[in-house]
Design a protein around this ligand. Structure first.
Ligand SMILES: Cc1ncc(COP(=O)(O)O)c(C=O)c1O
Length: 472
């Protein structure tokens, strides 16, 4: 098990996570798939552990925001299907195929990328043929030398050579410089193409798995209904290198009590699904709903819901029906008092002396600050829990530390837990409370806790795993 030395940590309750998944499995219509949305490192909870727990509960699809997040999961050994919900540039296609990542597609650049990859197709290898078009962009970015190379192998060598040249010019001081990374990425992309070629020669060509995104009113990503969307889907269905596994949209206001806009979005989406159903096309996955829809109107989400915030035990808003799915918060943030002293009246606390002791007060220092995600915006407004009692955080929150006023707590001790987010005895500090102080939404709170804070995974009251990226 990894360890940590500063007594500040996040606790992730795998029991709560499991209980939230089970609550949805009970509440959702039979046969509906759950996609666990594990982007942003599972909303700060640690994607790798969340995925493993969710898989053990029968969750069979995972959603990430970008391809890099998907690749990270693959590198940690996750084999389950992963959909990249956001935009992936065309250069990512070979890697997506190699690592079996499903891409969200909605732009015509897809056809250009596929055409370019297929042009000059080599019958010995099958799809995708020579790699120039895939990796040339990367190579040109580093040294405008793409034209000089004709095969993926040469491109790989070139990329490595460029990286080496850059590094030796730097005296090997910046091993991770952006340019070198770009070259290395190009090498990897070229490698992926070669791998695909080798695979194609033995197993036949592999297709790119895609889910097509329709913009029914979020105005973010996706094809416009009806004509643009239908034409794109038709083309994708007919394309020999695409496996159109799914079609989806995203609701903008499903967390509001008034579902008028959500129904309108659903109607637009359903017209397209119906169009293809009439032609005998059944997509394997059709999905619209996030947590809010999963709670309030799962019937609008066809055969899959994409659950993010609620898996982590937070309701998407005040307006959803909390009785339908009972959730338990998964994350707590804990620390300890590393320095406790009694100060005379009028003593200044922290930068700018925004606080002075009113009388004789006991002030304790906590080893957590805004670089850990405990925002400076909370200064002067937030409370912590000690022995199940609320105590005020006083003075400005520093980068790595802050102070609490524990006057009135009988002999506070350095080894007792202080809770900054979560429950202690009968009291709780919620993500909603912290968010409202900061003028933001509670989604941001778990995502804000930085990688400097180790994650401790708890099952049946016991630590079962610890991750601390700092000591890896
Ligand atoms: C496309 C998409 N689907 C699903 C989700 C999950 O949403 P929620 O966390 O509200 O469940 C998100 C999150 O923003 C998303 O962007």
């Amino acid at each position: 098990m990894e360890t940590f030395y500063r007594p500040t940590w996040v606790e992730v309750s795998l029991d709560a996570l499991r209980s939230n998944i089970r609550a949805f499995q009970r509440a959702l219509p039979a046969g509906m798939h759950i996609m666990a949305v594990v982007k942003a490192d599972a909303y700060g909870h640690g994607a790798e552990h969340v995925v493993r727990e969710a898989m053990a509960c029968g969750v069979d699809y995972f959603g990430v925001a970008c391809m890099d997040e998907g690749l990270k999961l693959r590198r940690s050994g996750v084999k389950a299907p992963i959909l990249v919900l956001g935009y992936t540039p065309p250069e990512g296609i070979p890697l997506a195929i190699k690592h079996d990542l499903t891409l969200t597609v909605f732009q015509d650049e897809l056809w250009q990328a596929l055409d370019a990859m297929g042009s000059g197709r080599d019958e010995r290898y099958g799809w995708p043929g020579p790699a120039e078009s895939v990796t040339a962009v990367d190579i040109m970015n580093v040294g405008e030398r793409a034209e000089a190379f004709e095969s993926a192998n040469a491109m790989k060598d070139a990329a490595v050579e460029i990286a080496y040249t850059i590094e030796s010019a730097n005296g090997f001081k910046s091993v991770n410089s952006g340019q070198s990374l770009h070259a290395i990425h190009a090498a990897e992309s070229a490698n992926a193409v070669r791998h695909l070629q080798e695979m194609a020669s033995t197993e036949g060509p592999r297709k790119l798995k895609v889910h097509i995104k329709i913009d029914t009113g979020m105005g973010r990503l996706g094809l416009q209904p009806d004509d643009e969307a239908i034409a794109f889907v038709e083309k994708a269905l007919a394309h020999p290198w695409l496996d159109v596994e799914g079609i989806f949209t995203h609701f903008a206001c499903a967390d509001e009590a008034d579902k008028t806009y959500t129904y309108e979005q659903h109607r637009k989406f359903d017209r397209i699904v119906e169009h293809f159903r009439k032609r005998g096309v059944e997509f394997r996955y059709v999905h619209t709903g996030n947590s809010a829809a999963g709670i309030d109107c799962p019937e609008l989400s066809y055969n899959m819901v994409r659950l993010g915030i609620s898996l982590y035990g937070l309701y998407p808003s005040e307006e959803v029906n909390r009785e339908r799915v009972v959730l338990e918060p998964v994350m707590s943030v804990k620390t300890k008092m590393v320095h406790i002293k009694t100060l005379p009246p009028g003593s200044g606390i922290s930068y700018g002396i925004a606080y002075r002791t009113q009388g004789e007060e006991t002030i304790a220092t906590l080893p957590i600050g805004y670089a850990d995600g405990y925002s400076r915006l909370l200064s002067g407004h937030v409370q912590a829990l000690v022995r199940g009692r609320r105590v005020p955080v006083v003075g400005r929150i520093c980068m790595d530390q802050c102070m609490v006023n524990v006057t009135g707590i009988d002999k506070p001790a350095g080894d007792e837990e202080v809770v900054l987010l979560g429950r202690q005895q009968d009291e709780a500090i919620t993500a909603e409370e912290l968010a409202s102080i900061m003028g933001t939404i509670h989604y941001e709170i778990p995502c804000m806790v930085s990688h400097r804070v180790p994650r401790v995974y708890i099952r049946d009251g016991k630590r079962v795993a610890v991750t601390n990226p700092l000591l890896r």
